[in-house]
Design a protein around this ligand. Structure first.
Ligand code: SF4
Length: 443
């Protein structure tokens, strides 16, 4: 039996829940859930004699922007290793910056890409005294030479083979219905982490987890997807698969009627691509969903920026999605990002102009500031500062209640990540290459 200390940070709880479900199902570990570094250290101090010990955690790059968290993390990993436990890290940061996760943060193993199968293979090898270094999807560092090796990309998982959460522990969360995205927008980790081809959980499985959630008291059903309206299509670039979406909605509706639940689709924590938000499909889902708001990924009002970051749609599609949402009874909430690398004042003013126009029609604007993320083609490129005029205009829109969002906090985070990068804590130059090679599948 392996003593597995899982540091459970609520910022990454959805992905940790899927990992925990996979670990539980394998049945070779005694899982010790820990909510803090101190608790993890206590667990690592008392493994029964002769038992193997593993410390695992998941990281987002933004978590490292907190100085005390970063210092504690590095110290905890060091002390836990000294106690003889293997230390592993997964999540978007480990995938985007495996070299830094090993050489700077000090972990023994970085899990690259999807974790459900990799953790099961890893624990299974460890339990059976096999060489864990042969498990696919890992990066590790030679303790003597410091050289980093990669064991090869793991196979993409079939979502139906894994539970989205360990419901037997009473834990449920939004159900992941789709993984992967064909667009590979240059600032986003999704395609580089999960691939360019879409994988969907079957309607039968989704309905089953919906029923389990409602029986456990979670009546508002939410879903995780890069684009809810790509459900059932092999590529995000395909037109909406109406038949599949209708089947999903009808099947979920039948269950929610039985248990008094409600469906939230196309709202947090997922959104819809503008070219998919067309009147015919929105009219159908409107009949079934409880959300009034439809979240549309617009990202920029500048055609030049949309092309530069490889969004795969233009300004016209954003406007048309907003019109369709309004005509079908939704309140459109349009995501915009400011501060993209290379974004000029003119680009920013185009976004503001579009935002004003959409607000005039009845939309809300959800404003974000660009956050540099390792493992993306933009890498850790410097964000563009906001000219005073642009900042003032956005503040005015926010003050008037027409725009909202954590753009100012994200601006601070963004600067902090660049600082960490410059200091060599994140994405060391050499690693940039390594990460890109590991993470950029051909599509
Ligand atoms: S469409 Fe959305 S999920 Fe897909 S790569 Fe672009 S930003 Fe990411």
């Amino acid at each position: 039996m392996i003593n597995l200390i899982l540091q459970y940070d609520k910022r990454v709880r959805y992905s940790l829940n899927a990992i925990l479900a996979s670990i539980d199902k394998l049945g070779v570990s005694r899982v010790l859930l820990s909510k803090s570094f101190d608790e993890s250290l206590r667990h690592a101090s008392s493994p029964p004699r002769g038992e193997k010990c593993v410390y695992a955690t998941s990281l987002l790059t933004t978590m490292l922007a907190d100085d005390s968290y970063l210092i504690n993390l590095v110290e905890t990993v060091k002390r836990i290793r000294e106690k003889g436990c293997l230390t592993i890290v997964g999540g978007p940061h480990a995938s985007g910056d495996p070299y830094g996760s090993l050489s700077v943060l000090g972990f023994d193993f970085a899990f690259i890409g999807e974790g459900e199968k990799t953790i099961a293979d890893f624990l299974s090898a460890l339990e059976n005294n096999l060489d864990v270094h042969s498990v696919k999807g890992l990066a590790y560092r030679d303790r003597e030479t410091g050289e980093v090796s990669f064991t090869g990309r793991g196979k993409s998982v079939n979502l139906d083979d894994y539970d989205p959460f360990p419901y037997w522990r009473g834990i449920v969360n939004p159900i992941e219905i789709t993984r992967g995205c064909s667009f590979g927008c240059f600032y986003c980790q999704v395609s580089y982490l999960h691939g360019f081809t879409l994988r969907h959980r079957s309607v039968e499985k989704i309905v089953n987890y919906a029923e389990i959630s409602m029986k456990l008291g979670l009546k508002d059903l939410r879903f995780i997807s890069p684009d809810s309206l790509s459900y059932g299509s092999p590529y995000s670039t395909n037109p909406v698969n109406m038949e599949k979406i209708v089947f999903l909605m009808e099947s979920l509706h039948a269950k929610t009627v039985q248990y008094g639940g409600r469906i939230f689709f196309g709202s947090f924590p997922s959104e819809v691509r503008p070219e998919h938000a067309q009147e015919d499909v929105l009219r159908i889902i409107r009949k079934y969903v409880a959300n009034k708001e439809l979240i549309i990924g617009g990202q920029s009002g500048s055609e030049r920026m949309l092309k530069l970051v490889k969004r795969g749609h233009g300004v016209g599609e954003i406007e048309s999605a907003v019109d369709s949402a309004l005509r079908t009874g939704f309140t459109p909430s349009v995501d915009f990002i400011v501060g993209f690398p290379g974004e000029t004042e003119e680009d920013m003013l185009s976004t503001l102009k579009l935002a004003e126009k959409l607000v005039g029609k009845g939309a809300k604007i959800h404003l974000h500031y660009y956050i540099p993320l390792p493992g993306t083609p933009l890498g850790l490129k410097n964000p563009s500062p906001l000219p005073v005029k642009v900042r003032k205009e956005w503040s005015r829109l926010v003050g008037a209640g027409k725009a909202y969002g954590s753009w100012l906090t994200q601006e601070t985070l963004s600067k902090k990540i660049i600082e960490l990068y410059e200091k060599g804590f994140v994405y060391p130059r050499k690693a940039g290459l390594a990460s890109a090679q590991l993470l950029h599948p051909s599509g």
